[in-house]
Design a protein around this ligand. Structure first.
Ligand SMILES: Cc1ncc(COP(=O)(O)O)c(C=O)c1O
Length: 460
């Protein structure tokens, strides 16, 4: 027996024990506090330990409960950031994908996994009104945005061979996610060459201000290359005016990338809010946000696969494919920054088919309803104030009279609901975001009662 071999019997016991613990965790989720009861020192002390010389065997699984106690639960009380709720069929997909251990570089390495990923990409494209787009799954929205802007730069300012010789200018609104300046910096374009375009009263990019910025850059001899629209800004879920931005991009011969990491998958339930998405050159999605999948499950879609190949192809001889069949020569590594890739598509393949399209549409519609319900409850409460419109499922609000930072701290300590924060108009505000298939109406109402209870505690 090899040093790492496990007998069939021991493996079976281990797997049963692990699954039993996960099932107990799922059952306990509704009772768990919304935020872990831990502090930095206690958590570090639990897990700082030497690697034992002799193996511990099945006893290692006993850590699961301690890890869970120091983890943020994906229960129905979580409304922070933009984090999906780890739909359990997707979790089982993760396990099966890891067991199959496919390296989804290409058809040759992983035939079934490649076909499944391509099928899932087709479903996601259709779901957002972009049927026919190609693409791939990746770690998350940040990776998808980075790859999209690499494609944009290579299309409009080829630099893969000689480097970036003149700065290309990228345009995004002041509400765009930090993934955009990060991508611009990583691509060597320089953050100073990212123009942050002002927004209107609904926090959407102003097309007039964008047109003026492009004109000013051209007049100064600079080289505009891409517009980044956001379909669901991280703070409030604003959808930039996609048709007008697509018109402008076409007129100015600019790449149009849409960061739909938070919002675009809601097109499944409310396609009318996302008209114009199909005019993008590239689109970032995050199935670990609004398709409730366990992290990681980002996605990049694009209209023209030749643009992806221009940006990402650099095949060494050792991976050259010895086959003439188009299906069998397909390689994700020609269209992605990654070579070794996990079988991310399996969780989607299982979860999306297990529940069906109608159930996903209904879950997203419920999140949208929950957001409206919370907005109404806040509007009806004199001590609270809604601070921004609610176009999708993110609700920004504040207590009118109390310190909202202190309220947030108290709310997390109370543990009934988990909300996070945003900066709107330079002000710290509370924010609840609904991408949570487990949330109930009672959880939504608890956001208001907990904000008031936390404010009340500050008086004591
Ligand atoms: C609009 C937007 N873009 C990009 C991202 C980054 O996505 P990820 O965390 O998957 O890298 C987020 C995350 O919240 C987002 O809301």
């Amino acid at each position: 027996m090899g040093a790492l071999e496990i007998s069939e019997e021991a493996l079976s016991r281990l797997a049963d024990d692990a699954l039993a613990r996960v099932k107990r965790y799922w059952s306990a989720l509704p009772e768990l506090p919304a935020a872990p009861r831990s502090d930095g020192a206690a958590t570090a002390a639990l897990f700082a330990r030497p690697w034992p010389e002799a193996g511990l065997g099945q006893a290692v699984l006993a850590d699961f409960e301690a890890i869970a106690a120091h983890a943020r639960p994906s229960g129905g009380k979580f409304f922070g950031y933009v984090v999906g709720s780890a739909e359990p069929v997707g979790v089982i997909g993760e396990l099966m994908a890891a067991a199959l251990n496919q390296n989804v570089t290409s058809w040759r390495s992983a035939p079934a996994a490649t076909e499944i990923e391509r099928a899932v990409i087709g479903w996601l494209g259709e779901a957002v009104g972009c049927a026919g787009f190609a693409g791939s799954l990746c770690g998350g929205g940040s990776a998808a945005n980075l790859m999209a802007l690499a494609m944009a730069r290579e299309a409009k300012l080829p630099a893969n061979e000689s480097g970036v010789l003149s700065p290309g200018i990228v345009y995004a609104s002041t509400e765009a996610h930090m993934a955009i300046p990060k991508a611009v910096a990583l691509l060597g374009l320089g953050r100073d060459n990212l123009r942050r375009i002002p927004v209107d009263a609904e926090l959407r990019m102003r097309v007039d201000a964008l047109a003026a910025a492009i004109a000013a850059d051209r007049a100064a001899g600079r080289r505009p290359i891409a517009i980044v629209a956001t379909a669901g800004t991280v703070n409030i879920g604003a959808v930039d005016p996609l048709p007008a931005l697509a018109d402008l991009a076409a007129r100015e011969d600019l790449w149009l990338h849409v960061d739909g990491a938070y919002g675009a998958l809601a097109a499944l339930a409310v396609p009318e809010k996302f008209a114009g998405l199909d005019r993008a050159d590239s689109l970032a999605l995050d199935a670990h946000k609004w398709l409730y999948q366990p992290i990681e499950c980002g996605c990049l879609l694009y209209r023209d696969r030749a643009r992806a190949r221009a940006a990402f192809t650099d095949s060494g001889d050792y991976i050259r494919i010895l086959n003439d069949s188009p299906a069998e020569t397909f390689a994700f590594f020609e269209e992605s920054m990654e070579l070794s890739r996990r079988f991310r598509a399996l969780k989607l393949w299982l979860s999306l088919q297990y529940h069906g399209r109608a159930a996903y549409r209904a879950a997203i519609a419920q999140d949208l309803r929950h957001a409206q319900l919370l907005a109404e409850a806040i509007a009806a409460e004199p001590a609270l104030e809604l601070v921004a419109p609610v176009p999708l499922s993110a609700v920004c609000f504040r207590h009118r009279a109390k310190d909202n930072v202190a309220i947030l701290r108290r709310m997390l300590a109370r543990g009934r609901v988990y909300v996070s924060n945003a900066t709107i108009g330079g002000e710290f505000v509370l924010r609840a975001c609904f991408v949570n298939h487990r949330a109930t109406e009672a959880d939504v109402r608890a956001i208001v009662s907990e904000t008031l209870a936390a404010a009340e505690e500050l008086n004591r």
